[in-house]
Design a protein around this ligand. Structure first.
Ligand SMILES: NC(=O)c1ccc[n+]([C@@H]2O[C@H](COP(=O)([O-])OP(=O)(O)OC[C@H]3O[C@@H](n4cnc5c(N)ncnc54)[C@H](OP(=O)(O)O)[C@@H]3O)[C@@H](O)[C@H]2O)c1
Length: 239
């Protein structure tokens, strides 16, 4: 799918991986709606992304854990731009705690953001994509979608779940010309989980590496669907 003149929604596009994906799609000529939970983050990202360009990025406040927010977002973006062609389910949180001490609220926040939020967005997007004759859904999973670690039970559960969700959805909608791919990055240099992006971690993937995967998948011929991509740093520190 050529992104030029297509309409894309990138959830969690205010920083990190989502912002890099929004930039790559806008640079490729798409109209892009980014979302986040905080007004200041959304407006700062929109100004930055539109700097020196024709202003093809719009920002929306939307908590993906809230189905009514999500429904309203999709109606508004489709009404303003004429439809939805590309959905990038990127919004995600990482709260890392042993099961014994993790609060039920934190467990629910991880599952509701990383898994239920993706369902809400896909549920809202699919009918709109069918109206356009097809579309592309990208789910940003993680290598933690197959590799379990102590203190990561909630995050592992959300991303293992997201992988299964993505594979089932891919089979449900492929005959409607809607492609579904899920991308499983290893460590990316962002503020995820309270980390500070840092020059010392130059071995990490950069957000632009994940954006490049999205553009490469969009460039595949219509007949081909790479449904799962793993991407990891090529030279992590030796253990
Ligand atoms: N960084 C890594 O090493 C890594 C590795 C593998 C996979 N991933 C995945 O990549 C995705 C993006 O991570 P990142 O590293 O770019 O993280 P990040 O820098 O913390 O950015 C997360 C984005 O999600 C938004 N967000 C969080 N909760 C939200 C909610 N309930 N509703 C709407 N937006 C929400 C944040 O904005 P607000 O806070 O303003 O809402 C922000 O824009 C996540 O799904 C993560 O699991 C990251």
């Amino acid at each position: 799918m050529n992104p030029e003149s297509k309409v894309a929604i990138v959830t969690g596009g205010t920083r990190g991986i989502g912002r890099a994906i929004a930039k790559a799609l806008a640079d490729a000529g798409a109209m892009v709606a980014i979302t986040g939970r905080h007004e200041s983050g959304v407006s700062a990202a929109v100004s930055q992304l539109n700097e020196g360009s024709s202003g093809s990025v719009a920002g929306y406040l939307c908590d993906v854990r809230n189905y009514n927010h999500v429904k309203g977002l999709f109606e508004e973006v489709a009404g303003r731009f004429g439809g939805i062609d590309i959905l990038v389910n990127n919004a995600g949180i990482g709260l890392f705690e042993p099961v014994e001490t993790m609060s039920p609220e934190d467990f629910r926040a991880v599952i509701e953001t990383n898994l239920a939020g993706v369902f809400y967005c896909c549920h809202a997007a699919i009918p709109l994509m069918k109206q356009r004759g097809g579309g592309y859904i990208f789910n940003i999973s993680s290598l933690a979608g197959t590799n379990a670690h102590p203190r990561m039970a909630a995050y592992n559960a959300s991303k293992f779940g997201l992988n299964g969700f993505s594979e089932a959805l891919m089979q449900e909608v492929r005959q409607d010309n809607i492609k579904v791919s899920y991308i499983m990055p290893g460590s990316v240099n962002t503020e995820f989980g309270g980390d500070e992006p840092s020059d010392e971690k130059s071995w990490q993937l950069q957000p632009s590496d994940i954006a490049r995967v999205i553009l490469d998948l969009l460039a595949m011929p219509d007949r081909a669907l790479p449904s799962r991509v793993e991407i990891r740093p090529s030279k992590p520190p030796k253990k």
